[in-house]
Design a protein around this ligand. Sequence first.
Ligand code: GLV
Ligand code: GLV
Length: 330
Amino acid sequence: MEKPYIFITRKLPEEVIAPLTEIGQVTMWPHEDVPVAREVLLAEAKKADALLTMLSDCIDREVMEAGTNLKVVANMAVGFDNIDVPVATEYGVAVCNTPDVLNNTTADLTFALLLATARRLVEAAEYMKAGEWKSWSPFLLAGTDVHHKTIGIVGLGKIGQAVAKRAKGFEMSILYHNRTRNEEAERQLGAVYCTFPELLQASDFVVCLTPLTAETRHLFNRQAFQLMKRSAIFINASRGAVVDEEALYEALVNGEIAGAGLDVFAEEPVDPSHPLLSLKNVVALPHIGSASKETRVKMMERSCRNIIAVLKGETPEALVNTEWLQHKRA
Ligand code: GLV
Ligand code: GLV
């Protein structure tokens, strides 16, 4: 039997993808920091039994139509809003992701971003390196406390719960909003369920961890920012499009909220002229939530396991479209 053809849309370490080369013929896009060219993706999809994709790749109907042999798209991310999942299901293609392995790493970054924004760490570090420090002074770079404040987590999935654990260590009150209540998390973490408006009104830190879906697109709009405290700090570590960025910019400029820590943007990479980057009270990061070396390797390994399972006719560990089990491509 011919070996399956596997295309990886970014250069990954050979030793990490070795399990794929054992079972298939593997081709990789040769660059680590340049996304795959669209025409290359389409040409490779035509030949591929499996695609190992990044969150920056748009895997839409055109890709699925090109992929006449395609059986699995394994996204190296927990989020999968870059993939048209219903169309994949229609074509009998399994969609897989990498949950769990990144929960603590992403929660660490989310909390770091919260602390950095509250305590103005980036501003302070830039001030220091620019040689501007002339004297200690009582309110020099004074921020706001994190401990004993109220955190409101929107989207209390596994990453949200890992953030809540960290908040507990800072003796914070924990509010959350989610599609479904999680009574176990309420017992274990002392998290209190709120409606979305209640959470916005009561939180000192509003932390967005909800996945991007049709329902959550622009969930954080003008009205949402107006409901927040004027002292509130908004943190986003999920997807940029959950936020109406123009509304966020206005809320920050008009003093309707105090600051924002953003790891994600509606369009990535962000244009250097993006208005949010011009604000002192914004800490902006280049989508590095899960970016520890250990976790990125685990995400790669998990993606390889997802592909191998599907190509062997098994059910992958992390299947997004469970309907696929009834619609598998032969
Ligand atoms: C990162 O944003 C991911 O979805 O894994
Ligand atoms: C949205 O609030 C979710 O369920 O994650």
